[in-house]
Design a protein around this ligand. Structure first.
Ligand SMILES: *Cc1c(COP(=O)(O)O)cnc(C)c1O
Ligand SMILES: [Zn+2]
Length: 424
């Protein structure tokens, strides 16, 4: 019997088999396409279950301290030399006992994905999408973005010498504009919404000039989306190879939520965790809640809205994965809720003062929705719960600038300190 070296073993190879239509099941190769030629349904990467089942916990644990430890579960990047990798992933899972106590919960964790190279979870999807783009031979990368994707695309392109063109709404937060422009790609501010930027990109993709451009959330979207699964995998691993009973996930297009659920399903199918039930909960801002509103009204169809909220990173009025997010939440017995801008600001400050984590507005949405779901009795306060913080508070300072102020402003004298009561 011959023993294979770990790098030769079949289990470390990628298990991706091809693309499959989520509506009709039509099968395609691993190509730079995102829509089914038969029914226009979205395409998703399909894997060989036997190859995934051969992956062991030890193999994953001996991998890099990044999302690429899950390379066998990703469609590209089997060879480390091909990865467009800034070190995204394996972010902290933080036990949040003080937040739990304040909310009357028993066991609560925050998966803090602000701890990524450009301070949001978008580094995961971009690392995978740009690895695919490079493999397909595209000479330029582009995207429409609500902000965080722009940051991540510009940074990854800069490190790997790729040319980038990023389209964002002109009213984006200053922090996100600066954090994109600084990396030196082309940044186009569009006087319109994210949905306008996205439609513009679809039109551009049809032009001769953009024929050899990878649109991160269009022609390579199936690859992009797989990066989000690693937020499910890592939680399973960091809990000691088991699944939480409940997760609360912020939704823009709804993709991340569906992929956390897919990540859990793949961990179970691969035999890496015991099968145990989990419930998925979705969070949106009331100023842009097309998915949560459809859930509330018991509808399958997601009606587009015009966003008006401080949670700009979640401001997708026409969410591509909305119906799939509804499916995942309904199938697992979860729920959805949406919260006002005032509740978002309160959510940011509650998380900050109980965990030491400063979240951007999307994190405020998630914490406020957690509270809302507890109040409504939709979420079990006794069950193990993980909430996802997907972006850093320094990106959206304006949201809290009015409330997060110096407690006192004084002259540099003991008399002044006495005046504010800190000494007698
Ligand atoms: C993009 C984004 C999300 C969710 O995105 P989906 O489109 O639903 O996958 C969540 N939080 C932040 C901070 C984001 O930038
Ligand atoms: Zn189809």
């Amino acid at each position: 019997m011959t023993t294979l070296a770990p790098t030769d073993s079949v289990s470390l190879r990628q298990a991706a088999r091809g693309l499959a239509c989520r509506n009709c099941g039509a099968a395609y190769g691993l190509l730079p396409i995102h829509a089914c030629a038969e029914c226009f349904g979205p395409l998703e990467v399909a894997y060989d279950p036997a190859a995934l089942a051969a992956v062991t916990r030890e193999q994953i644990q001996s991998g890099p301290q990044t999302l690429w430890r899950y390379a066998p579960f990703l469609p590209v990047g089997a060879d480390p030399a091909t990865r467009v990798d800034l070190g995204a992933g394996l972010t902290p899972l933080i036990r949040a006992d003080r937040l739990a106590a304040e909310l009357g919960m028993r066991r609560l964790w925050v998966k803090d994905d602000s701890a990524n190279p450009t301070h949001s979870f978008k580094d995961r999807v971009v690392s995978v999408a740009l690895t695919a783009a490079a493999q397909f031979g595209f000479d330029r990368v582009a995207c429409a973005s609500t902000g965080n994707l722009a940051n991540a695309v510009a940074a990854h392109a800069a490190r790997f010498g790729l040319s980038s063109v990023v389209f964002v709404p002109a009213d984006l937060e200053a922090g996100k504009v600066v954090q994109t422009a600084v990396y030196g790609g082309t940044l186009v501010a569009v006087s319109g919404s994210y949905d306008d930027c996205n439609r513009l990109c679809s039109e551009l993709a049809e032009t001769d000039e953009f024929e050899t451009t990878a649109f991160v959330n269009q022609n390579v979207r199936p690859y992009y989306a797989e990066g989000s699964k690693t937020l499910g995998f890592e939680v399973g691993e960091q809990l000691g190879w088991r699944l939480p009973a409940q997760v609360v996930v912020p939704m823009a297009s709804g993709s991340l939520l569906t992929k956390v659920d897919k990540g859990f399903r793949e961990l179970v199918a691969a035999g890496l965790v015991e099968s145990s039930p989990w419930r998925v909960f979705g969070a949106q801002a009331s100023g842009c809640s097309p998915i949560a509103t459809a859930f509330e009204q018991g509808r399958d169809v997601v009606t587009p809205v015009k966003p008006a909220t401080i949670a700009k990173s979640l401001s997708i009025g026409n969410p591509a994965d909305g119906p799939y997010a509804l499916d995942a939440v309904r199938r697992t017995g979860g729920s959805m809720a949406h919260v006002s801008d005032a509740e978002i600001v309160e959510g940011i400050s509650l998380l900050a003062r109980t965990t030491g984590i400063f979240a951007e507005t999307a994190g405020g949405v998630t914490v406020a929705v957690l509270r809302r779901l507890l109040d409504a009795g939709a979420l079990d306060p006794a069950a193990e719960t993980v909430i996802y913080n997907t972006g850093d508070g320094l990106k959206t300072l304006d949201a809290v600038a009015a409330t997060a102020r110096p407690t006192f402003t004084i002259a540099p004298s003991l008399a002044a300190v006495r005046g504010i009561g800190l000494i007698a």
